[in-house]
Design a binder for this molecule. Structure first.
Ligand code: SF4
Ligand code: SF4
Length: 326
């Protein structure tokens, strides 16, 4: 039977999303992200995007999901817990951000959003949509906050009060008007850090003091930027020493590791695909520094770690091994 009204269709979409393995789902209207656009402008104006010049482009798309799909009316935001339940950098191991130790989440989430779209079209064939996972210039965290999936912590990442911050998000843009969710109750957009309270653990723990204000990260100081995004030819500024990287060679989880919401609520992912591959269970400089271009491609095909490329990985490994041997 085809679904006849917005209410039943919205309920159906949420039920299907949960059945597909998403743990969080919220729906919002596809409206202009006015406040977030202003914050983005300020962040860019301060140069906090460092060498990520692409952040300056497509600003209108970033803040207006309706521009990405003709007649877009709604955005279905989904979230999934990826916590692999494993300690980064034990003993002599080097550290890799937990989100990158398993299979590439982009493909898994996009495939599931595709299945969600198919299920929707079986009930309402006139609806069209587009799925994105970190693949369009959209402010995903802002959309997730608006959809009630969590709030933006002082470390700038999304935190859900029942799952913590080890979350991937994705979105499905749809041409149907639906029933909409709200941001979390105590989390009006004007007070977007209210659930952090007086805590400043992430700000204090950040090895490079990259969190320059609540929910504002200066990428030029952030280890995640330097180990993934920065061009290998881009030299470290004098203000950043290799020691400050504390063994991170791909991303950095320090601000999430110290978050009390994670200490209390994080739970092992239900997705085997997000668990560490054998090689990344005990990552070591000696093993990873042997990789050639070809073996890197082969080893990390289907892994989020492939994104940095072997040249970048080798540079990061040299940086931390230089510290270890000095
Ligand atoms: S990812 Fe690491 S370097 Fe970046 S803000 Fe968090 S703790 Fe600081
Ligand atoms: S460590 Fe504290 S301040 Fe930082 S995000 Fe978590 S709760 Fe908020």
């Amino acid at each position: 039977m085809l679904l006849s009204n917005n209410e039943s269709l919205s309920a159906f979409i949420k039920e299907q999303a949960l059945a597909l393995g998403f743990e969080l789902v919220g729906i919002i209207p596809a409206t202009y992200l006015h406040e977030e656009a202003e914050k983005l402008q300020t962040w860019l104006g301060n140069g906090y995007h460092a060498g990520m010049d692409w952040m300056e482009r497509y600003q209108s798309l970033r803040t207006n999901p309706a521009e990405l799909l003709h007649n877009c009316q709604s955005v279905v935001m989904v979230g999934i817990n990826y916590f692999p339940g494993w300690e980064a950098g034990q003993g002599e191991q080097i550290k890799i951000a937990r989100y990158a130790v398993g299979r590439d989440y982009h493909k898994l989430i996009r495939r599931r959003l595709g299945k969600l779209m198919k299920a929707i079209q079986q009930e309402a064939p006139e609806i069209t949509g587009r799925a994105f996972v970190d693949s369009a210039p959209l402010l995903e965290k802002a959309l997730a906050v608006r959809a009630g999936l969590g709030w933006q912590g002082k470390h700038s990442l999304l935190i859900n009060p029942k799952l913590g911050s080890w979350l991937f998000v994705g979105e499905l843009l749809l041409t149907a008007p639906l029933v909409y969710d709200e941001p979390l109750p105590a989390n009006s957009l004007a007070e977007s850090v209210s659930f952090c309270g007086n805590c400043t653990a992430c700000i204090e723990a950040c090895p490079t003091k990259a969190i320059v204000a609540p929910a504002v990260v200066d990428a030029g100081k952030c280890i995640a930027y330097w180990t993934i995004e920065a061009d290998p030819d881009h030299a470290l500024p004098d203000t950043l020493s290799p020691q400050a990287f504390e063994g991170w060679v791909f991303g950095c989880d320090t601000c999430q590791e110290v978050c009390p919401w994670n200490a209390k609520f994080s739970q092992l992912t239900k997705e085997p695909a997000f668990l560490p591959s054998a090689l990344l269970q005990t990552p070591r400089v000696e093993t990873l520094s042997q990789l050639t271009e070809a073996t890197f491609e082969k080893t990390f095909a289907g892994s989020a770690l492939r994104r940095s490329g072997n040249e970048k990985l080798q540079q990061n490994l040299e940086r931390v091994s230089g510290v270890a041997s000095s």
